[in-house]
Design a protein. Structure first.
Length: 185
């Protein structure tokens, strides 16, 4: 992958996380430098054991019209909530005073118009806010608590195996914590 002005042998670790339990439900490693082509394969690899997925929250790296069209153009596909651009932190008084949802897009609206509407509604903002509270802590726990910062093996197949083991370790730790919470209640 390109790193500044040079190229490095590296891989892109992916994870999809269920919101309420914060368990990893999809994990894979790819040699693609960006995430735009990973949305549909990620949805395809969700186990039926997880159950029906109604909504998918992804950051700007996964957004492209092609990716969203491909992902939502299937039978029983979840609704995609994908940020299309980065927003600055902090809100103006004008933003805080907005109370009404924007008008619904026309039936012939483009993917960017539809996605913008989804993310600008009160429900969409609240839902998308869960993304950074869900998947970002998982990567932080994997890096800081489990101490996994880099792959120790070479080659895509070996790195995929290593990421699967790391994700399974995270899930076992999380399941133990969830079990403790449920038995104490």
């Amino acid at each position: 992958m390109k790193s500044g002005s040079s190229f490095e042998q590296s891989f892109n670790a992916q994870a999809a996380v269920e919101v309420s339990t914060m368990l990893i439900v999809v994990q894979c490693v790819t040699d693609a430098p960006n995430d735009k082509e990973q949305l549909a394969p990620g949805l395809d690899s969700i186990s039926p054991v997880v159950g029906r997925v109604d909504k998918v929250l992804v950051d700007t790296g996964y957004y492209s019209e092609k990716a969203v069209t491909e992902a939502e153009g299937r039978e029983s596909t979840p609704t995609i909530y994908a940020a299309m651009q980065r927003h600055h932190h902090g809100r103006s008084i004008e933003d805080l005073e907005k109370r009404d949802d924007p008008p619904k897009p026309a039936s012939n609206a483009t993917i960017p118009e539809i996605m913008s509407y989804r993310l600008e509604t009160k429900a969409g903002k609240q839902l998308y806010g869960l993304r950074k509270q869900t998947v970002e802590p998982v990567f932080g726990i994997i890096k800081e608590v489990l101490g996994f910062r880099r792959f120790s093996m070479r080659g895509l197949a070996k790195c995929q195996l290593e990421w699967h083991l790391v994700s399974s370790s995270y899930n076992l730790k999380k399941l133990f914590a969830l079990g403790m919470r449920f038995t104490e209640s």
